[in-house]
Design a protein around this ligand. Sequence first.
Ligand code: PGA
Length: 250
Amino acid sequence: MRKTIIVANWKMFPSNLKEARGIFEKIKKESKKYDSIDTVIAPPHIFLPALEEGKIKLGAQDIFYKDEGPFTGEISANMLKSSGASYILVGHSERRELGETDEIVRKKFQHALSRGFRVVLCVGEKEKSDDAFPVIVKNEIISAIKGTPRKFASRVIIAYEPVWAISSHSGARADTPQNFFEMSIFIRRTILDIWGKSAALRIPVIYGGSVNSKNAKGFFEVKGSSGVLVGKASLNPSEFIKILDIANKK
Ligand code: PGA
């Protein structure tokens, strides 16, 4: 059976290493019980070397698309790898909001894959609309995937994260499991046109946006759901452990 994927995106939290270690250790201790889950924690880059990958995998929230050079403030694949990361988040809406274009996302996506990482490609529409299948989601996927060798497909995870549902947005509420179900089919259809049937069926599609211990079950139960991406709730160890527990009982 395929494992459920649960990605914790810590964003720019917590404010210091001591706290980061504390949260990580609590989750790590519990995660030993969960054989049916791939848990990934993506802390701020600076904390990566202090957190030890084991049952919990480490992820980075971003990567630069060059191996080295005069790129002040950027971080490379090797730096991340040697700091323990095996997953990379690419195209998160908070980075897109800061000016990351589809082209930059594509470069980062392809570069991270070519350097051996598993890559979580985040896509999602900005506004809630009546449009059943937002064209922006399709375009974000096509833009990143087109021209990417199909052999990399087995290391790609798609995170559907409607921007309006992300907890940092005022009035944000999680999407419905039913909409996630429909979107996951739409996402697989989009992948099918580029990478073909086998990739489309196999690529994990996970949901992100205000996931917590109260609503997680609904997203795990969606047919074809591969897991969730958790922001705010992942910084609260007991809340995050509850989510792992729910996934494990699925
Ligand atoms: P949230 O964040 O769970 O706090 O809504 C999810 C994300 O932005 O990755």
